[in-house]
Design a binder for this molecule. Structure first.
Ligand code: TAP
Length: 481
């Protein structure tokens, strides 16, 4: 049954947008070489003008980070660094509503998700890592692990502030300084984060934010003044970066794409599994690296499960992301919408059967309805390639061994889900799935204390937890941190 809801729009008045934003270098907003515009993907209105960092700007940012590293941050006792991280975490909480609204305006994701997931988790990452700053000697890497130096970080547009937190919090806790480049389509919350660094009195140059497109990212990762590169984004760009960093001596971690299998056995509670499948693929419009984009369902319950799934999909509300009732927001950009349309057209052309929830799409902005493909074979592009949109490919299996074979038949290895009442089957599956994260009877659960990362073409290195600290530490030395 479909319930009608009265509109419940969140107010934009909590956000004060500037007309234009500079680069954040050495603790100040400064002008750069040129500018570009960032728009709302839900309305296509221009939100602000943002600075595009060129070679000289990146040089300045790296120099500021180096100076802050040598003079202040690497020599500051861990307990003092921890205080700054706690202060940032508190400020993120205090400005949570403003940040959630801004994230939704710039990214297109539903306000419910930015309010309840992105921003609280970003604050949680700072709280968690604040606690580690003075305890690194007890993290299991020897008594005195050392920071690496200046870290160049490049992040994508799907969880802008959260990905920033995943990158900056551990780097700072370990005593490194950073130059971070947000994605071209979602720079605004990173720039408010720069204001928060000022509010927290973070020493100048410890955090530097350079906005721009892929060319700015290229300049940053190739810069000789960078000691470590941390990248989250597509596998194609990750491979380019790995080539650029080869033989440079830079440390590198890559968090790349995914094509997760969500495996449902015939003893699963169907309604609960349906909620997990919906959360797995339609959360954040499917713009999630670990999205459960391949549903593997046991053949004996396939018809029943698919009927229940389609019934549930008909209740999803697509539209204004600022409305608190909205489930599916806007696709982040025109190029991303084109990519989703091209891949779904290939699914039909290759013989899979498409079903989209019947929902009207707004006239302006970038939109794609929640969609399911059945009759998918493992060779289809929609079973192999990351669509990064609200599109689910359904395959069936008969035995656990077949489920494992199909689940692992992908170049990626980021995440997976298993739905069954049998604990022994969960353990059997989890030990055979080639995925960095395996969720059992749930999906898309995140916690700062839990390491996240991939196998195969999903990258290497872990973010979060004790394992995530190792990526920002030289564990061979003996000086004090
Ligand atoms: P990309 O196109 O790879 O872009 C990611 C970032 O890299 C952006 O800031 C981008 O700048 C920049 N960039 C582009 N070309 C570059 C180059 N040659 N050198 C250095 N930087 C460059 O990915 P996306 O479309 O933004 O994000 C979606 C992808 O991220 C998906 O594949 C998704 O699975 C992956 N992702 C993975 C994870 C984890 S934890 N594994 C988490 C989230 C997302 P512009 O955007 O300004 O072009």
């Amino acid at each position: 049954m479909r319930f009608e809801y009265a509109p419940a729009p969140e107010s934009r008045s909590v956000v004060t947008l500037r007309d234009s934003y500079g680069l954040f270098i050495g603790g100040e907003f400064v002008a750069g070489s040129s500018v570009f515009k960032t728009i709302s993907p839900a309305t296509e209105e221009v939100l602000a003008e943002v600075t595009h960092a060129g070679p000289e700007d990146v040089d300045r940012a790296v120099a500021a980070a180096r100076q802050a590293y040598e003079r202040v941050w690497s020599v500051m006792p861990g307990r003092e660094r921890g205080k700054y991280l706690f202060r940032i975490a508190r400020l993120l909480q205090e400005r949570a509503r403003e940040l959630a609204v801004l994230e939704t305006m710039d990214n297109g994701k539903p306000i419910r998700e930015s309010r309840d997931v992105d921003i609280p988790l970003a604050a949680a990452h700072f709280f968690y890592h604040a606690g580690w700053a003075d305890k690194l000697g007890y993290a299991g890497f020897g008594p005195s692990p050392r920071p690496l130096g200046v870290v160049g970080q490049v992040i994508p547009w799907n969880f802008p502030l959260l990905m920033l937190a995943w990158k900056i919090a551990p780097a700072l806790a370990c005593g490194n300084t950073v130059v971070l480049k947000p994605a071209e389509t979602t720079p605004l919350t990173a720039l408010v984060f720069a204001e928060i660094c000022q509010q927290a009195d973070l020493p100048s140059g410890v955090v530097n934010i350079v906005t721009g497109d892929g060319s700015t990212g290229q300049l940053l990762v190739a810069h000789p003044g960078i000691d470590k590169v941390a990248f989250t984004g597509s596998t194609a760009v990750g491979k380019e970066i790995a080539r650029a960093c080869a033989v440079s001596g830079k440390r590198l971690t890559l968090e790349l794409g995914g094509k997760a299998a969500n495996v449902v056995f015939d003893d699963s509670p169907v309604d609960q599994a349906v909620e997990g499948i919906v959360n797995g693929i339609f959360f954040n419009q499917g713009h999630v690296c670990c999205a459960g984009s391949r549903l593997l369902v046991q053949e004996s319950i396939a018809d029943e499960l698919l009927s229940a799934l389609k019934r549930r999909m008909m209740t999803l509300r697509l539209g204004d992301p600022m409305d608190k009732n909205t489930d599916i927001g806007a696709i982040n950009s025109r190029p991303q919408l084109d990519k989703i349309q091209e891949l779904t057209a290939s699914g039909e052309a290759e013989g899979a059967e498409r079903w989209s929830a019947p929902c009207p799409l707004p006239d302006r902005g970038f939109w794609f309805p929640p969609t399911v493909f059945t009759g998918v074979s493992a060779a289809h592009r929609i079973a192999q390639e990351e669509i990064f949109g609200p599109v689910l490919s359904v395959l069936t299996f008969r035995t656990p061994a077949e489920a494992i074979e199909k689940a692992n038949n992908t170049p990626y290895g980021l995440s997976a889900g298993v739905w069954t009442e049998k604990g022994s089957l969960i353990l059997w599956m989890a030990s055979r799935l080639r995925a960095g994260v395996v969720w059992a009877n749930t999906f898309n659960r995140f916690d700062p204390s839990s390491p996240f990362g991939g196998y195969k073409e999903s990258g290497f290195g872990r973010e979060g937890g004790r394992h995530g600290l190792e990526a920002y530490l030289d564990v061979t030395g003996s000086a004090d941190v």
